[in-house]
Design a protein around this ligand. Structure first.
Ligand SMILES: [Zn+2]
Ligand SMILES: [Zn+2]
Length: 558
């Protein structure tokens, strides 16, 4: 088995990621490389590095694995510190999901170094009392939990304060004290205990004893999300759905003010903005930072729509095309900016006129899903075709998928096969299972043959325009005419899957495997069986004859 490790070791904040060690629990597929824990030296977030197979070849077991970095979630099944087992409701210590015991020890040690407690470690009795209190809380023995945890809350432990809040909120009716619970949560939040932000937001969003205040709730969820609390993200979205755009901006502004005022050391925004500019330059750095501020880069971050809009607008005025496109998208969908279809159309058409494919893609899907945005469908179609004619492989892919899915055009499998096949020829990775194979099972043999001929013809016609093409076609010819009989199996594989520099051509693939078998390569048998199902046995002789011609001339039929 061969693994291509496509490394991406730069965080979305532009900071270098650093490996901390292997994950004790496996998340990726069994044959993928080891999962690992990483951290970013700029934004201080922790990540799980897992592997996604981009392209598995089940015959050869070759695979391209792409590294995926996911922020560590509270559902992490092991403690990041002691590697012991961990429950979802266990605490997070400064963005690290840990077990209760490790939290107590780490917090104690850090508080000692800030001279807030005298002893460096809790005594065994203290530790076991704290843990017994936490267990009692889990078992809803509130009286016992209160007795055990209160002293630690009074000493200023964020976890104990948070637990005390839970007791006061959940205890039996007569002993409940929601305002006091709120106070406890706020105290814990002051000490950067992420789950406490969620609790405060939750109380403001639904507890009548506190007084419902959705903007205030949004503010706390926005801060909680920034500090790594995942439930705060969905809760923030819920609040946003109930607030006006102006109210959201106001609530965001307040959370930013509080962040600066109360948690200044945790405010890494400037550092992140500077790192991105240093890594990507002024324009792209600002563009990426705007994406961070509108929640498109990290999962957990504080949202600042006003600043994001300002950055996008400045970049768009500076003629930075990706920002024009993004601004157009936001205006078209009213995401983080009030909807304005006329302005959206202006920015998008400018980006499209500058041959920016993502803008063409986006505009097409808007127009086809019934948006009233004023962009002409025919004009967009011409832009796709123009890009394709210039050899833009991504445009071939987009247009192929549009034809495959019948999005805005009537479904056309022959065209879809042609453009997707060409996209793959020019190095685009197609999704698995390959849409080409799906199409081949749907269309008739005559249609398949016609589309393959048209595809090869496109290649021949564009030799003058796309420089590498003439050389590719010549190389293939030389290979067929000169190398030994061992080539047939390899050529069969190339035509079976297609890939950079090779069309997927199941007719030639069959013929090549047939020649390979005749030259004594027995492993071709299973491939022939497989392809027979796509071609049907009536067309096999035809495939063998076509390949016979190909073997003589080295020219793919068109
Ligand atoms: Zn980072
Ligand atoms: Zn632990």
């Amino acid at each position: 088995m061969e693994i291509t490790d496509t490394r991406e070791e730069l965080c979305v904040c532009g900071g270098r990621l650093k490996k901390l060690g292997d994950s004790p629990i496996r998340v990726s597929a069994p044959y993928a490389p080891q999962d690992e824990i990483w951290t970013c030296q700029v934004c201080a977030k922790f990540f799980m590095k897992t592997w996604r197979a981009g392209n598995i070849d089940y015959y050869t077991e070759k695979a391209d694995y792409v590294a995926v970095f996911d922020e560590l979630k509270p559902s992490l099944k092991f403690c990041l510190s002691c590697k012991g087992s961990r429950e979802t409701n266990n605490p997070i210590y400064l963005r690290q999901p840990v077990c209760t015991k490790c939290f107590i020890l780490k917090e104690w040690e850090d508080r000692h170094s800030r001279r807030e407690v005298e002893k460096k470690f809790p005594s065994d009795t203290e530790l076991s009392n704290f843990l017994a209190g936490a267990r009692a809380l889990e078992n809803r023995s509130y009286a016992e939990a209160l007795e055990k945890l209160k002293p630690f809350a009074e000493m200023g432990s964020a976890l104990a304060e948070y637990n005390l809040g839970e007791i006061l909120e959940k205890d039996f009716e007569d002993r409940q004290n929601v305002p006091a619970a709120l106070e406890c949560y706020i105290k814990a939040a002051r000490k950067l205990f992420p789950q406490a932000f969620y609790k405060v937001g939750k109380l403001f969003s639904e507890n009548h004893k506190i007084g419902i205040n959705l903007s205030e709730a949004y503010k706390w969820f926005n801060l909680g999300a920034y500090l790594g609390d995942f439930p705060s993200i969905a809760a923030r979205d819920n609040m946003a759905a109930k607030l006006s755009h102006e109210e959201i901006l106001k609530a965001q502004e307040e959370s930013l003010l509080e962040l600066r005022k109360l948690w200044n050391a945790a405010d890494l925004r400037k550092r992140i903005a500077d790192t991105l500019k240093k890594e990507y330059g002024e324009l792209e750095g600002n563009f990426r930072y705007a994406a961070v501020l509108e929640g498109k880069a990290f999962q957990t971050f504080i949202l600042d729509y006003r600043e994001a809009e300002k950055l996008y607008r400045n970049l768009a005025k500076d003629r930075f095309t990706p920002a024009m496109c993004r601004l157009g998208e936001k205006l078209a969908q009213g995401s983080g900016i009030p909807k304005n279809l006329d302005e959206a159309a202006q920015w998008l058409s400018t980006a499209i006129s500058r041959d920016y494919l993502p803008a063409i893609d986006f505009a097409w899907s808007e127009v086809c899903s019934g948006s009233a945005i004023k962009l002409e469908r025919e004009w967009l179609k011409e832009r796709f075709l123009e890009q394709i004619d210039n050899g833009n492989a991504q445009a071939m892919y987009s247009w192929g998928m549009i034809n495959f899915k019948g999005r805005g055009v009537s479904e056309n499998f022959e065209d879809a096969h042609k453009w997707l096949n060409l996209a793959q020829y020019f190095a685009v990775k197609l999704p698995r299972p390959s849409p080409l194979e799906t199409i081949e099972r749907e269309i008739s043999f005559d249609q398949l043959e016609r589309t393959l001929k048209a595809t090869q013809q496109w290649l021949e016609e564009h030799q003058g325009k796309i420089r590498s093409l003439a050389k590719d076609l010549r190389n293939l010819r030389d290979r067929v005419m000169t190398s030994g009989a061992g080539k047939w199996f390899v050529l069969g594989e190339s035509f079976h899957y297609g890939g950079e520099g090779y069309l997927r051509h199941v007719i030639l693939a069959y013929g090549c495997f047939d020649l390979a078998l005749k030259a004594g390569e027995v492993s071709a048998t299973s491939r022939l069986e497989y392809l027979k199902r796509i071609l049907t046995s009536a067309k096999i002789e035809y495939a063998v004859n076509v390949t016979g011609e190909f073997a003589k001339t080295g020219k793919v039929p068109c």
